[in-house]
Design a binder for this molecule. Structure first.
Ligand code: SF4
Ligand code: SF4
Ligand code: SF4
Length: 583
């Protein structure tokens, strides 16, 4: 690696040629503030918070933006002179001059990157007074956009377009009127937004957030005529600790269950169970397609952001999608059919809540074909962040709680179900079951390491009995786009594909706890969070979906066998060929 020699604040460093001043400073453990910068995604020098002074070739110092300015041999950099601090403060004051400063009730209060910097730089919120833009809040979809709190950093725009390969948002108008919106000012609920929430994760402020459905849940709990049950997705237990000050990658399953029980639900269930049920249905569906000449490659269907993406951008491939409902929807369907019959409860009196890492699941609950008992399978989907807020608001001392266990009869989930939350996890879980069904004997090794890891697109090939099975795993719809284009062009030959809408899978979902860009840059959140799930799997006694006794009981007592007529009616769904111009 070629290096150049530079000085930062008088100290010498050899840094890789081609680095920016920001990268060089951060490598030297000197923090330079940024708002618009996102490593590898958005380096546009727009917010001008990363101002530094540089001198090159002995010329006088001048101010540049560190995120886009390259280092040169002999460069001298100053990162914290009074002139720099004053300029950064002025820029923050300018940002605030057109900002709806309602920090006290803002969803990002205490996690807002703008607020943190204003605090650090002692910014007086009323320094510049004058005309301010006033925008209507877009509440047309689960993704709420409040442009009154937007600082035009364009991080959301870059993620939507470059990472997710979608591009339904951009900067409209110019000058003082510039604002982030969609083409022709369509609202997000009326265009081809897939509700993935990756723009929320990228936003440094409270300009983007998910629809808050927590009041609906609390009202249901307070209604004595309702039975209110909740299930939590595998990756919620791996992340909700971050809402309560735990390091990313801390498994807080027991405390999470204990906290939810204190909110007053009638039952707290483990979604790992219906992840196992999904595998039973999906693996059977796949083997059936292989045997009977069905549409291949079959593509997984448990990620609703991915499903909407496929419906908008690859409508010709909706037949490739597995017809299995997602684990969230299967759970609601099972509770409102099998469980309701068993307990003698009218499904109309059940409110089923799912706690999930995903904003797209808020859209999924209202889809056609998701109401097995004649009422919606799931009534409310709340994100990990919302669940964290509910627990906090209820005054529950999360960190002081002792571990508690999920409630019977839906308390048993396998390690295969747990790894659903990480990219490659669904494929690995399906392979464990498919391999044992095909080969008729227990697997010697349960780990399918080729499909693990955070790489955007992965391929693997397995010989199972007489069948050679070529599979692909991808996450992030931008990667899915590349893979599907190759499949359509005949460049890759696979029979089974796992797609997760969010990069890295659910552990990096749009509803997960906020982490500032600074942390996202230094911690591989996808890997660290996924490690919780793989550890859960490694230490579990039960690691295969088809050995889950609660799932076996469901088939014995109710569904008969996987893909039975009854299973199809209750656990499967259908899709819409939307195209790009339909919502
Ligand atoms: S976006 Fe940040 S600075 Fe603006 S009101 Fe919300 S917390 Fe305060
Ligand atoms: S939710 Fe996803 S598709 Fe919609 S604007 Fe945000 S990043 Fe783009
Ligand atoms: S909505 Fe958020 S991420 Fe997008 S430009 Fe505005 S402040 Fe930046």
């Amino acid at each position: 690696m070629e290096t150049v020699n530079i000085k930062i604040n008088g100290k010498e460093y050899a840094v890789p040629q081609g680095s920016t001043v920001l990268e060089a400073a951060r490598a030297a453990k000197i923090e330079i503030p940024t708002l618009c910068y996102l490593k590898d995604i958005n380096a546009i020098g727009a917010c001008r918070l990363c101002l530094v002074e540089v001198s090159e070739g002995g010329r006088p110092f001048r101010m540049v933006t560190a995120c886009v300015y390259p280092v040169t041999e002999g460069m001298e950099v100053l990162t914290n002179t009074p002139k720099i601090m004053k300029s950064r403060k002025l820029n923050l004051e300018l940002v605030l001059s057109n900002h709806d400063k309602k920090c006290l009730s803002c969803t990002r209060n205490t996690t807002c990157e703008l607020q943190k910097l204003c605090n650090e730089y002692g910014v007086d919120e009323n320094y510049f007074k004058g005309e301010m833009n006033k925008y209507e809040i877009d509440e047309s979809s689960p993704i709420i956009r409040d442009n009154n709190k937007c600082i035009l950093c364009r991080r959301c725009v870059a993620v939507c377009s470059k990472v997710q390969g979608i591009g339904v948002i951009g900067a409209n108008d110019r000058g003082f009127d510039t604002h982030i919106a969609s083409a022709f000012e369509t609202s997000l609920g009326d265009n081809a937004c897939i509700n993935c929430g990756q723009c929320i994760v990228a936003c440094p402020t409270g300009a983007l957030y998910e629809r808050d459905d927590t009041a609906k849940v609390m009202e249901a709990i307070a209604d004595p005529s309702k039975k209110v049950y909740i299930c939590t997705a595998p990756s919620v237990r791996a992340q909700i600790g971050e809402c309560f000050g735990y390091e990313p990658g801390t498994d807080v399953e027991g405390k999470m269950v204990a906290a939810i029980k204190r909110l007053g639900f009638d039952g707290v269930f483990d979604m790992n169970l219906t992840a196992d049920l999904t595998i039973m249905e999906e693996a059977t569906e796949f083997l059936g397609r292989v045997k009977n000449g069905g549409v291949l490659p079959m593509i997984t269907s448990c990620s609703p952001g991915w499903i909407k993406f496929c419906e908008h951008y690859y409508p010709e491939m909706t037949e490739n999608l597995s017809t299995c409902k997602s684990p969230q929807q299967m759970f609601g369907a099972v509770v409102k059919t099998y469980f309701a019959e068993k307990e003698g409860i009218d499904p109309k009196d059940i409110i089923f809540v799912s706690a999930i890492p995903c904003t797209a699941k808020k859209f999924e609950v209202g889809r056609d074909g998701e109401s097995a008992a004649g009422v919606p399978d799931v009534d409310v989907a709340i994100t990990t962040r919302e669940l964290g807020r509910m627990i906090e608001k209820a005054g529950i001392k999360f960190r002081e709680l002792d571990d508690e266990a999920f409630d019977i009869p839906f308390d048993i989930g396998s390690g295969a179900g747990a790894i659903f939350g990480a990219t490659g996890g669904v494929m690995e879980a399906a392979l464990r079951t498919a391999a044992e069904v095909i080969e008729g004997k227990p697997l010697e090794k349960l780990e399918f390491n080729e499909v693990r890891g955070t790489e955007g697109i992965k391929f693997a090939s397995y010989k199972l009995g007489d069948i050679t099975l070529n599979v692909a795993v991808t996450s992030g719809t931008g990667n899915a786009r590349k893979l599907l284009d190759d499949v359509k062009a005949g460049k890759v030959d696979v029979q089974f594909i796992e797609v997760m809408g969010c990069p890295g899978g659910c552990v990096n979902g749009g509803g997960q706890p906020h982490q500032p860009a600074e942390v996202r840059e230094t911690v591989d959140l996808r890997a660290v969070r996924a490690a919780v799930l793989y550890n859960d799997d490694a230490k579990a006694d039960l690691r295969k979906s088809h050995e889950n006794s609660a799932v076996k009981k469901l088939y014995d007592e109710y569904f008969g066998e996987p893909n039975s007529h009854k299973a199809h009616e209750i656990l499967h769904t259908h899709y819409v060929k939307r195209g790009v111009y339909n919502k």
